[in-house]
Design a protein around this ligand. Structure first.
Ligand SMILES: N[C@@H](CCC(=O)N[C@@H](CS)C(=O)NCC(=O)O)C(=O)O
Length: 202
């Protein structure tokens, strides 16, 4: 298997963490997604990473589909609960974390455009989404050790990748660590895991 991604991409990191937790060997190939004619277009028509190229040439995207596939490939290290309600709860956490990232990534792309072309109203709208999502994560985590139930799951991986990226890029100057100490405790604990330490954004 070959994973196309970038070292800063939080969605790619989610897949890399899942691969590492499941001890699945996979070649990591860095691709530049910035140009309109990016090499990734030949693998993913949407021109985004991550994209997972299987040994038979099949290409999987996006990160949620890839993680679902990894769960089928190595079910012995379970990241998504088997029971229906638990599964939906974990995937809801993932949707929240990925959705927060979608807003953060849009803020970053907008802020890379010439200043006169940027829309302050649109940036504010995305900032509102990201801030509400972070507030929801902090409230729903509360004083618990893990996002869902009593154990580490894809919910923690998705939230951790989101927090790590927001701390790395600081879209719209958002700073969550001081505001939400429970999220900081979760992220610091996650960062002690080899899968997180080896994939820190850069
Ligand atoms: N929903 C997608 C999001 C992937 C995504 O937006 N990746 C960014 C990098 S962090 C990208 O490839 N952006 C290039 C572009 O949008 O042109 C997933 O979960 O895989």
């Amino acid at each position: 298997m070959k994973l196309l991604g970038t070292p800063a991409s939080p969605y790619t990191r989610k897949v890399r963490v899942a691969l590492a937790e499941k001890r699945l060997p996979c070649e990591f190939v860095t691709v530049d997604v910035a140009p309109a004619d990016s090499a990734v277009n030949a693998y993913n028509p949407l021109g985004k990473v991550p994209a997972l190229v299987l040994d038979d040439g099949t290409v999987l995207f996006d990160s949620r589909v890839i993680v679902e596939y990894l769960e089928i490939l190595a079910p012995e290290v379970r990241l998504i609960p088997e029971d229906g309600r638990g599964r939906v709860a974990v995937r809801r956490w993932e949707a929240l974390a990925d959705g927060a990232l979608d807003a953060g990534v849009l803020i970053r792309y907008e802020s890379l455009r010439p200043e006169r072309e940027q829309s302050a109203a649109w940036l504010d709208k995305q900032k509102g989404k990201l801030e509400r999502a972070l507030e929801t994560m902090a409230r729903e985590l509360g004083e618990r050790s893990w996002c869902h139930g009593e154990r580490y799951s894809l919910a923690d991986i998705a939230v951790g990748c989101c927090l790590g990226w927001v701390e790395f890029r600081k879209p719209a100057g958002i700073e969550w660590r001081g505001r939400y100490p429970n999220l900081a405790r979760l992220y610091d604990r996650l960062s002690e895991r080899a899968a997180f330490a080896e994939t820190a954004p850069r």
